[in-house]
Design a protein around this ligand. Structure first.
Ligand code: MN
Length: 732
């Protein structure tokens, strides 16, 4: 079994080697702090938990990061797994270390697995965006590397999940940050579990030819070194087999066996200067035959992750092709450790070497134009500061512009979701719809069939153009509804003027025939056209006037008025008035058709005494008669705009309303209220509890009811809960 002592000694050894300026005393304190905190935890193999953080810290030290990063690595599981808090760590160590640990914890808590290929890039961006400090990413990658090294202790199912995630997220990130060494190890370890047979076949094959390979590599190495020494070029040269996953991928991609594969061997020549790189290239091409088209100059045009080297593929006397990579020591560090090499150089060369690392800045392109040195000092990752990444409840990643709110999210999912939105939950809690979303939030949109659609305010509070466009579209379409109402009213008025029965329009015997004559697909289309002004009511009625008369006189279609005049419904009777004029369940006196909206201040429901106010441009807004906002009734300047309203009989449409409970605070009160609501099958739309300084609390509940009777039932149920003092019809 692995022991604390072995790991501790090995870590200190690596720190001494790779981080000459490290504060070992502080690191020792962190180890003992973490060890005490993880005291009762064991690794899956039965060894003490502290071995894991020690190993992670060693990987971080090998990257050559700083003391803070090593402390962060040692403490990285403390917030997640023990009772240690951010504040504890900030006090005992430093706020920076606490931030690092907190950052790693956030990544640990977020699930980065996805089934969908197209989600990967967003997940990787989210990963980066969540870690404000690049060291958080590096510690997390080190954490994953050690977990991958000890993957044999996990269940087969967990192995597959973790290895997929490693392939999809961690290895590509390591690659993007230029850390080839870690990327290769992560990939090889993951392959071992993702395709055990393929991995075994390949490694068996490689180990079978190991002696042969080594002889070959030694002879090539000797030839190169000899030639370079003759020419006075100081160098370090060695050969290696390319890493397993890269060979595996090539075999799969080119459908070849190992023997058929080009260059599985790679040689490295590391020299002191860039000029020497080109000199070495010249010598290599004189002793071996270069394969045309295989030379790549990544020194004059580095890779996006700032990898620099000269690559060439040549054939030696044995007829075996191999690749030679030529680079300086600095290029080598960058190739192996990528972004982490920044710290190595900082420690070796002190300040001033930063210019060399302009590539870090370029790597993280997209961030605002900050001074490169400032940027490197703070080492913040701002590359995705214009975006925020959140999850749907099913785990799908959605990328939104920074500052986005649930409305943006809803419209990103589907315009139908946005239009039916009545509220939102973030991380399972109901929030205001203008709450700013943060990376990793799980966002759920609450919708209702009876939602009245977006409000114009949404246009100003939402962040994405997509949401704005869709909301505007809704209003455009909604105008159509308005136009239909207006058009229908003028059409019916014209029918009445000419003494034609309006009922003929909805009579299935005549309807389609008349519509055909008018050349419209549906009556609503005609009404909309009249509403828009694209057609006049007089013209429309004129077109069908004769037909209606003929139809009503025809022998097969008797005029109901003539057969039994007594049964004729008086168009002005109460019944017709109700059916014709009820809009959203409300009849507005003296107004044929208009937009109806329910005022948010008092949220009337059927059964309430109501009164309407003719607004400018938005139809009639309906208030409860006892609403304080109706007091302007008595103002002579406003009086004419108040109209009588009553409820139609329809109980079908639910109405939103709000109750404010005034309560004497006690434990479990909120729970009891929500249980009562749940038991009463109340269709909830919002729930908010606020504690008042005087020991009282106010619980505001918004929900749907069909009428005032139902509302009163709910109200008395709530009032029967102990400590609920009052239940007022509330303000929205
Ligand atoms: Mn860990």
């Amino acid at each position: 079994m692995e022991t604390f002592e072995d790991h501790y000694a090995s870590m200190v050894d690596t720190i001494t080697r790779c981080m000459p300026g490290a504060n070992l005393e502080l690191i020792d304190r962190a180890v003992h702090y973490a060890d005490a905190k993880h005291e009762y935890q064991k690794r899956k193999d039965g060894s003490p938990y502290i071995i894991h953080p020690l190993a992670v810290a060693e990987i971080v030290a090998e990257m050559g990061l700083d003391t803070d990063a090593v402390l962060g690595a040692i403490l990285h599981d403390c917030i997640e797994d023990t009772d240690a808090s951010h504040d504890d760590i900030a006090t005992i160590f430093s706020p920076t270390v606490a931030e690092l640990v907190e950052g790693v914890t956030k990544l640990t808590r977020t699930d980065f697995t996805s089934q969908e290929e197209k989600q990967m890039e967003n997940l990787r961006k989210m990963f980066m965006a969540m870690s404000k400090d690049i060291r958080v990413v590096l510690i997390k990658i080190a954490d994953r590397l050690h977990n991958m090294r000890t993957m044999q202790y996990q269940t087969p199912k967990k192995q597959i999940i973790k290895c997929r995630e490693t392939m999809d997220i961690y290895a590509p990130l390591a690659h993007r940050l230029g850390m080839q060494k870690m990327k290769w190890e992560l990939e090889d370890l993951a392959l071992r579990y993702l395709d055990p047979a393929g991995y075994a076949e390949l490694t068996d094959h490689l180990s079978a030819q190991k002696d042969q390979d080594e002889n070959f590599m030694n002879s090539i190495q000797f030839t190169i070194k000899e030639k370079l020494s003759e020419n006075g070029i100081h160098n370090t040269t060695y050969g290696r087999i390319k890493h397993i996953y890269s060979i595996y991928r090539k075999m799969k991609a080119q459908n070849k066996t190992l023997d058929e594969l080009y260059d599985i061997y790679a040689f490295r020549v590391i020299v002191d200067s860039e000029i020497d790189c080109y000199n070495v290239l010249g010598h290599i091409h004189t002793i071996f035959t270069p394969i045309p088209g295989r030379f790549k100059d990544y020194i004059s045009s580095p890779k996006p992750n700032m990898y620099k080297s000269l690559h060439t593929t040549v054939i030696g006397k044995q007829g075996i092709p191999f690749e030679v990579q030529i680079r300086t020591w600095e290029m080598h560090e960058t190739a192996e450790y990528g972004i982490a090499a920044h710290w190595k150089y900082k420690q070796k060369a002190g300040a001033g070497s930063e210019k060399e690392f302009e590539w870090v800045r370029r790597l993280l392109e997209g961030q605002q134009d900050t001074d490169a040195e400032d940027y490197l000092e703070s080492l913040k990752i701002d590359m995705f500061n214009d975006q925020v990444f959140v999850f749907t409840p099913k785990g799908k990643v959605v990328g939104l512009p920074a500052g986005a709110i649930p409305i943006d999210f809803a419209y990103m999912i589907h315009s139908g979701v946005g239009n039916a939105m009545v509220g939102a939950k973030v991380n399972n809690r109901i929030v205001n719809i203008d709450t700013k979303l943060r990376n990793g939030d799980i966002v759920e949109i609450l919708t209702s069939k009876s939602a009245r659609g977006p409000s114009r305010d949404w246009l100003t509070i939402c962040k994405s153009n997509q949401a704005r466009t869709k909301i505007k579209q809704w209003f455009k379409k909604e105008k159509r509804e308005e136009n239909i109402v207006h058009g229908k009213a003028s059409f019916e008025a014209e029918m009445k003027r000419l003494n034609l029965p309006v009922s003929v329009i909805s009579d299935p015997n005549y309807s389609s025939q008349l519509l055909e004559k008018l050349a419209y697909a549906a009556w609503d289309d005609l009404y909309a056209a009249i509403g828009y002004g694209g057609m006049t009511a007089a013209k429309a009625v004129g077109k069908i006037q004769e037909d209606i008369k003929k139809l009503l006189k025809g022998p097969t279609v008797p005029d109901p008025d003539r057969i039994n005049p007594g049964l004729r419904i008086n168009p002005d009777s109460e019944e017709v008035r109700r059916n014709r004029h009820a809009i959203n369940g409300v009849i507005v006196e003296d107004i044929d058709s208009c937009m109806i909206k329910f005022s948010k201040c008092c949220a009337p429901v059927p059964g309430d005494d109501i009164i309407g106010f003719i607004t400018r441009g938005y139809g009639v807004s309906v208030h409860r008669s006892d609403c304080p906002n109706t007091l302007t009734r008595t103002d002579p300047r406003q009086a004419a705009r108040w109209v009588h309203c009553s409820w139609a009989n329809s109980d079908e449409q639910p109405f939103d309303t709000t109750l404010e409970l005034e309560c004497a605070d006690r434990d479990g009160l909120v729970m009891d209220v929500s249980t009562a609501l749940f038991a009463a099958k109340v269709r909830m739309k919002g729930f908010n509890a606020a504690e008042m300084p005087d020991g009282r609390s106010v619980i505001t509940i918004s929900f749907e009811v069909r009428n005032v009777a139902e509302l009163n039932k709910i109200r008395s149920k709530l009032l029967s809960i102990p400590n609920v003092i009052a239940a007022k019809r509330g303000q929205y």
